[in-house]
Design a protein around this ligand. Sequence first.
Ligand code: SIN
Ligand code: FE2
Length: 214
Amino acid sequence: MIQPPLDLFGPEPQQLAPHTTLLPGFALAQVEPLLDALRLVLKAAPLRHMRTPGGLPMAVALSNCGALGWVSDEHGYRYTPFDPQSNQPWPPLPLVLQALAGRAAALAGFEGFVPDACLVNHYRPGDRLSLHQDRDERDFSQPIVSVSLGLPAVFLFGGLQRSEPARRIALNHGDVLVWGGEDRLRFHGVQPVGPGVHSRLGERRINLTLRKAG
Ligand code: SIN
Ligand code: FE2
């Protein structure tokens, strides 16, 4: 009987655009240490619904770790070294996360990526993130590394203009997506997360985006 080839190395990376790579399941082997680290981060800097400069609460709950954290309030969007809620520095970037992001970036062609900021986005079923660009970082030569955990989501990956049509990319538990280079300023967002209960994370999706912000 002919056996199918044994998939020893997991699914192959997928090149989605010139400088955008999906690494399916890349974080799966690290999920438990990642969740342990995340628990400590969220204890020190609890998730909160930040307000847009217009005053509306964002659907997605957010926190940060690393030397810099992204905040939004009536003064606008920016990175700060302090959590405005506690007036303390953000919790440090867990080593397991920094190392994972560095390996993912290198596989995607971005050697030497050392993030100094990680946004933690927490979605409940129904929560969405509207199309936006990540442009509050200083150096756009550095990529964004996104780690998805929990419920699946449809990531919208558009063009450099808001009006361009967006591709729909399935992001599942453990997937890592890296975008940089000429794709760095593409508009992107997340469709409303569908109902469901993830076996490890329950009724939630958590996305970690690692950046070089400062
Ligand atoms: C983001 O754009 O900052 C988050 C993307 C995601 O949740 O997948
Ligand atoms: Fe973003």
